[in-house]
Design a protein. Structure first.
Length: 479
C-alpha cells in the first residue's frame, strides 16, 4: 500500500514537471514567489516546487495575503507561517483591505481579493527580485473559468481561460485535477486549511464547482474537466495565431492620423471589406481598445453597431463607450474622442451622367457644377481649355474609381508635373494656406489622388490633351 502511494506521488511530480517544461515555466536560477493561502492547492504547489528543485535549481519564497474577511484568517496565516518554518523557506505576510478596495472600485469581494493579491505579488516580486510568481490554479479551476465565461457571454478569448504562463505568472498545477492534489498531500502526510465559504453554492463559481461540474463528470463524461483543459490549450493556440493575423490586418486596414484638431483612428473601408466576418469583429474591437485604452465593457453589441455604421450613408455617426464617437466618411470610419475639437468633415460622392449636369451644394454656400461631354475635335481641344481658377477641364477617361468632393486627408497626393508627385498637405504649406483653414479646403478626389483642388489647380495627371475623348467640366460658382 505504501509503495502504491509513493508511486502515485512520484507520478504526480513527473506529470507536473513535464507540464512545467512543456510551457517553459522555470529555468535554472529562477527565484519563485509562491502564493500560499494555506489551502490544499497552494500547499501542494509549494511541495511540488520543492520537488522540482531536484531537477531545476530554483529559489523559493512564500507569501501569504491576509484579506481580513473571515474569522479564520489569522489562523490560516499562522498555519502558512509554521509550514514555511518547517520546510525552511522564507515567508512573507501581507495584508489587504479587500472591502475598501471593492467599494472603491465597484467590484465584488472576490474580484477585489484577486486584484489585491496580484498587486501584492507584483510589488513583492519586484522588491525581492523574484523572476516568477507561482499561483495554484488547477484543472478544476480552469473548467470553472471556461464555464463561467461561456455562460456569461464570451468570445474565443474567454475559452482560453487562464494561461499556463502570463508574463511573470506561472500556473504549474493546471494539469492536475483537485482530487490529484488531495491524493498528493495525503501521500505526503501534509495537512492544510479549509475555507468553509467554498462550500457555499450561493456564489456563482462555487455553484459551478460543487454542482455543475460533478453532474458533467457523472452524466456526460468522467473526463469533462480534462477535456475542458484541452479545449483551453487549443483555444490559446488559436488565439495566438489569430492575434498575429489581427496585427497584420490592423496595419493594412487602420491608420492613426494626427490633424490640426487632434488625433483620430481611421478604418479604411475598402481594405476592411475584404476581411472574414470574424476578423472584422476583432479589428473593430481592437480599434475601440486602442481609442479607449481598455477592453472592458466592449462587447459584440458595439461590433454590430459599427458594422451597421459601415453600411450607412456618409455623415452618419455612432456614440460608443469611453466617450468615443465613430463617424462614416466616403471610404472610412473615423474614431475620435468626443471631448476633442473635431473637424466638420465634408464628403459627397458625385454621380456623373453624360450630357447631364451634376450640382452639389458646398459648405460655404458655393455650388459645384459638373458636366461630362465629348472632347472637341482634334486640333481644337488644347486652345479651348479654360484658364480660370474656378473652371477646370479634366480627362474623364483617366478616372479610376468614383469621384468624391471632400475635405483633405493625410495621404492625398497629386502630380505637380508629369513626373513629380506631391502630397496635398505639403502643397498647402507651400501655398501658405493658414493652418486653421487647411481642413476647410475641398478637393475633388479619385481615391487618394487629388483631381482638383477647388479654386486652385488640378493634378497634372488629369490634364486634357489632344488625345482626350471625354471631358469633365468642373465649375465652382456662387458663395
Amino acid at each position: 500500500m505504501e509503495n502504491t502511494a509513493l508511486k502515485k506521488k512520484k507520478e504526480i511530480e513527473e506529470k507536473v514537471l513535464s507540464y512545467v517544461e512543456k510551457h517553459h515555466m522555470l529555468a535554472a536560477g529562477d527565484h519563485v514567489l509562491c502564493g500560499l493561502s494555506g489551502g490544499a492547492d497552494s500547499v501542494c504547489l509549494l511541495y511540488l516546487l520543492l520537488a522540482m528543485k531536484k531537477h531545476i535549481p530554483i529559489t523559493i519564497t512564500a507569501v501569504h495575503v491576509n484579506h481580513r474577511l473571515r474569522e479564520e484568517a489569522d489562523a490560516d496565516e499562522a498555519f502558512a507561517k509554521e509550514l514555511c518554518s518547517k520546510l525552511g523557506l522564507p515567508f512573507y505576510r501581507e495584508e489587504a483591505d479587500v472591502k475598501a478596495l471593492a467599494k472603491a472600485e465597484g467590484m465584488t469581494l472576490e474580484e477585489a481579493g484577486r486584484m489585491a493579491r496580484y498587486q501584492i505579488f507584483a510589488q513583492l516580486a519586484s522588491k525581492l527580485k523574484a523572476t516568477k510568481i507561482a499561483v495554484a490554479h488547477h484543472a478544476n479551476d480552469q473548467a470553472e473559468t471556461l464555464l463561467f465565461h461561456l455562460c456569461r457571454g464570451s468570445g474565443l478569448t474567454g475559452l482560453v481561460g487562464m494561461r499556463p504562463v502570463r508574463e511573470q505568472i506561472i500556473r504549474p498545477l493546471l494539469c492536475l485535477k483537485r482530487e490529484e492534489i488531495e491524493v498528493y498531500l495525503q501521500t505526503a502526510g501534509q495537512s492544510y486549511v479549509t475555507d468553509v465559504t467554498n462550500a457555499d453554492s450561493t456564489f456563482a463559481r462555487n455553484a459551478l464547482r460543487n454542482q455543475v461540474i460533478p453532474v458533467l463528470e457523472e452524466k456526460v463524461s468522467s473526463r469533462s474537466v480534462e477535456h475542458m483543459g484541452q479545449m483551453a490549450e487549443i483555444a490559446g493556440l488559436a488565439c495566438d495565431y489569430l492575434e498575429d493575423c489581427l496585427q497584420r490586418e490592423l496595419e493594412r486596414c487602420t491608420k492613426s492620423e494626427e490633424g490640426d484638431n487632434g488625433g483620430c483612428l481611421r478604418l479604411i473601408l475598402p481594405a476592411f471589406d475584404t476581411l472574414h466576418p470574424y476578423m472584422k469583429g476583432q479589428v473593430l474591437l481592437a480599434c475601440l481598445e486602442k481609442m479607449s485604452g481598455s477592453r472592458k465593457d466592449l462587447a459584440n453589441i458595439h461590433v454590430q453597431a459599427l458594422l451597421s455604421l459601415c453600411e450607412k450613408q456618409v455623415g452618419s455617426s455612432l456614440d460608443l463607450p469611453y466617450q468615443i464617437m465613430a463617424y462614416r466618411s466616403y471610404d472610412s470610419i473615423y474614431f475620435v474622442k468626443k471631448g476633442q475639437k473635431q473637424t466638420a468633415f465634408f464628403e459627397r460622392e458625385i454621380s456623373i451622367t453624360e450630357g447631364a449636369e451634376s450640382r452639389i451644394d458646398l459648405p460655404d454656400g458655393q455650388k459645384l457644377l459638373i458636366r461630362l461631354r465629348e472632347a472637341p475635335q482634334a486640333g481644337n481641344s488644347m486652345e479651348n481649355i479654360p484658364r480660370k481658377a474656378y473652371t477646370k477641364w479634366i480627362d474623364y477617361d483617366k478616372i479610376d474609381g468614383s469621384l468624391v468632393i471632400r475635405s483633405p486627408q493625410a495621404e492625398d497626393f497629386f502630380y505637380f508635373n508629369d513626373k513629380n508627385r506631391k502630397f496635398v498637405k505639403d502643397y498647402m504649406v507651400n501655398e501658405k494656406i493658414p493652418k486653421a483653414d487647411r481642413e476647410k479646403q475641398l478637393l475633388l478626389a479619385d481615391g487618394s489622388h487629388m483631381v482638383y483642388f477647388l479654386g486652385r489647380r488640378i493634378s497634372n495627371y488629369y490634364k486634357v490633351t489632344e488625345d482626350t475623348r471625354h471631358i469633365l467640366e468642373i465649375t465652382v460658382t456662387g458663395g
